[in-house]
Design a protein around this ligand. Structure first.
Ligand SMILES: [Mg+2]
Length: 300
């Protein structure tokens, strides 16, 4: 049998007591409320430990079962609803399902019937929750660079698009950094690809530690990264990147002993006009300039 938490909503005191004992006997954890308003209060209070199923009467004072269903579907979409009704005419059933019920139970309630309905819904819910979790995981994988754990190219570009929108919409500054690890190929050539991987992982996590929660670093290409700095002017961005550039020299790498790592970076502040590609093209050419001007430096 599935375990589960149930909220019973019924205005009749005797019905409520009867249903409560019936559902408890089924082994479920049961709470109860006398109408829709009280039920919503309960859900608000138990926001972190919501019931799996709400079983609700239709005819109740203050807020009826249909209104309650609509509210639950809006506020707590993962909760499943069973409507209790003595009218099983077409209109009542259609209205119940339209307002978000997953199932209905006709009155008078037969114990075994209600328990089977609950058990079935809990099984559906568990499958839905598992699917939802799997989808969330897949989405995360699709957006993450497997080596460094930061957003991949696809995801960082999406984030940049959002950042540009916010910057335009609220007239807030936005800075973008593109940096590239200097002589990365020679790290791979001298110490092997595992050393190259270690360098990428360490540099990435080091820079991440030096950013604010709202800044985003993502892997743009092989050894190229983008950093989005929302609500940061060019001066702020230069300060952050300079600090990273100064301290990154002191990092040591187990698989590349004695090797000092530096990077080159292009930094630009959004001008409120450019399209995403144009903005990237600017930092791209600044990065190129930094490389040409001797590496281990910033160009703006
Ligand atoms: Mg009633």
């Amino acid at each position: 049998m599935e375990t589960g938490k149930i909220l019973l909503v019924e205005d009749s005191i005797s019905q409520r007591a009867f249903l409560k004992s019936l559902v408890s006997e089924g082994g479920y954890d049961v709470a109860d409320a006398e109408n829709g308003v009280k039920a919503l209060e309960y859900l608000k209070e138990h926001n972190t430990n919501l019931p799996d199923i709400v079983i609700s009467d239709i005819m109740m004072p203050e807020m009826d079962g249909h209104e309650l269903s609509l509210m639950i579907k809006k506020l707590y979409p993962s909760i499943l609803i069973i409507i209790l009704t003595s009218d099983t005419d077409d209109d009542t059933l259609i209205k119940s399902f339209d307002s978000g019920a997953t199932d209905y139970q006709s009155k008078p309630v037969k114990k075994i019937e209600l328990l089977i309905r609950i058990s079935n819904l809990l099984r559906i819910k568990k499958a839905e929750d598992t699917l939802h979790l799997a989808l969330t995981k897949m989405e995360l994988l699709a957006n993450t660079d497997a080596l460094t754990g930061v957003p991949n190219r696809r995801h960082i570009l999406k984030e940049l698009e959002k950042a540009i929108y916010t910057s335009k919409r609220y007239s807030l500054p936005l800075s973008l950094v593109e940096f590239d690890i200097d002589h990365f190929k020679s790290v791979n050539d001298h110490f092997g690809h595992l050393a190259g991987d270690e360098v990428l992982v360490k540099i990435c996590s080091f820079i991440k530690q030096n950013l604010r929660q709202s800044d985003i670093i993502g892997r743009y290409g092989g050894e190229e990264f983008l950093i989005i700095l929302p609500n940061v002017s060019i001066e702020g961005a230069i300060a952050v990147v300079t600090k990273c550039l100064d301290s990154i020299k002191n990092l040591s790498f187990e698989s590349a002993p004695g090797r000092q790592i530096t990077f080159s970076a292009g930094i630009s502040q959004y001008n409120g006009q450019h399209k995403l590609d144009e903005f990237i093209a600017i930092v791209d050419s600044l990065l190129y300039k930094a490389k040409n001007n001797g590496r281990n430096r910033i160009e703006t």
